[in-house]
Write a protein that binds this ligand. Structure first.
Ligand SMILES: *[C@@H]1O[C@H](CO)[C@@H](O)[C@H](O)[C@H]1NC(C)=O
Ligand SMILES: *[C@@H]1O[C@H](CO)[C@@H](O)[C@H](O)[C@H]1NC(C)=O
Length: 291
């Protein structure tokens, strides 16, 4: 009885001292390893990291020895750790194509443009892209020039050191654009009531490919309305009714901007024409009785 009471008291003391003094009592202490790490941490993180890399390296060495060993230099091969990705930029804007590589010794980075080494010497001084210290390619101001000068191309980075070479994925640099002129402007259309009306339009050349919408008498047409179908820029109205007559314009837009076509008139040659046709039919059918 006495002993268990004493143990209980020691247990309580331990918990109390742990809380109060971050544990100096053996019964609640973390294992030795943790303690060692804690003291190391207080020595500074750099030291710890250093020790850890040492440990990792020696693990690797042991693994290699077991496997019959790869040469040490192979682990120094360049490796692309950040590949460039496709970009779409407006003329005059800056652009960056990322590239980062590791290896031992530290690899140097060169860029390819359409598969050929990028020769910045050949380009106009003001439009020359620069290779940043960590390897990315930076354009101060993107230009759309003649073939050899244009920044619009497919790029890849090449990391090279004494151990070998690594090439990144291809990344394209596209220049966002939207021309002024519509490829096809809508023109005036006249159809009979109940027929299918087609308003033509082909948006200006652009990148990304422009979206097309339509306006009737200045109001945007709801493309979810089944009365209308948009097909390659064209607006199809089926069946065209009297109240479809009006002024239509084609709206092209992408990230660069918005262009509006000329306005074209749709006329529904409704009742007068069909009335005329009916009268003529009647005349033909009953013609003999009139004569
Ligand atoms: C990258 O682009 C270049 C130039 O267009 C081409 O020659 C090469 O085959 C491409 N590489 C890959 C991996 O697609
Ligand atoms: C035209 O009239 C019909 C009913 O006759 C109606 O359902 C339709 O919404 C009208 N269309 C327009 C563009 O006003």
């Amino acid at each position: 009885m006495q002993v268990s009471a004493w143990l209980l008291w020691v247990g309580w003391l331990c918990t109390w001292t742990e809380a109060a003094h971050q544990c100096q009592c053996q019964c609640a202490c973390p294992p030795e390893e943790q303690l060692a790490q804690r003291s190391e941490r207080s020595e500074g993180r750099g030291h710890l990291r250093h020790r850890l890399t040492h440990q990792r390296a020696s693990h690797r060495d042991r693994a290699h020895r077991r496997k019959g060993s790869r040469p040490v230099s192979e682990s120094g091969l360049p490796r692309i750790i950040h590949h460039p990705s496709d970009v779409v930029v407006r003329v005059g804007s800056p652009a960056t194509l990322s590239c980062r590589a590791e290896g031992n010794p530290k690899p140097t980075i060169q860029w390819l443009r359409n598969g050929q080494p990028l020769d910045t010497e050949k380009m106009d001084a003001h439009s020359q892209p620069v290779v940043l210290p960590e390897g990315s390619l930076f354009f101060f101001s993107v230009v759309l020039g003649r073939k050899s000068q244009s920044h619009e191309a497919v790029y890849a980075c090449v990391a090279r050191n004494s151990a070998g070479v690594a090439t990144s994925r291809n990344a394209s640099l596209h220049i966002a654009a939207l021309r002024e002129e519509f490829r096809v402007q809508p023109s005036d259309v006249e159809v009979a009531d109940g027929e299918v009306a087609v308003m033509n339009c082909s948006p200006p050349v652009g990148y990304p490919e422009p979206n097309v919408a339509w306006r009737k008498d200045g109001i945007l047409i709801d493309s979810s309305n089944e009365h209308y179908t948009e097909l390659n820029g064209k607006l199809i109205i089926a069946p065209a009714q009297k109240n479809d007559s009006g002024v239509y314009s084609c709206i092209a837009s992408n990230t660069v901007g918005v262009r509006e076509s000329r306005a074209a008139r749709l006329s529904i040659s409704g009742e007068t024409l069909s009335l005329l046709l009916k009268i003529m039919n009647n005349l033909i059918k009953h013609g003999d009785s009139y004569i």
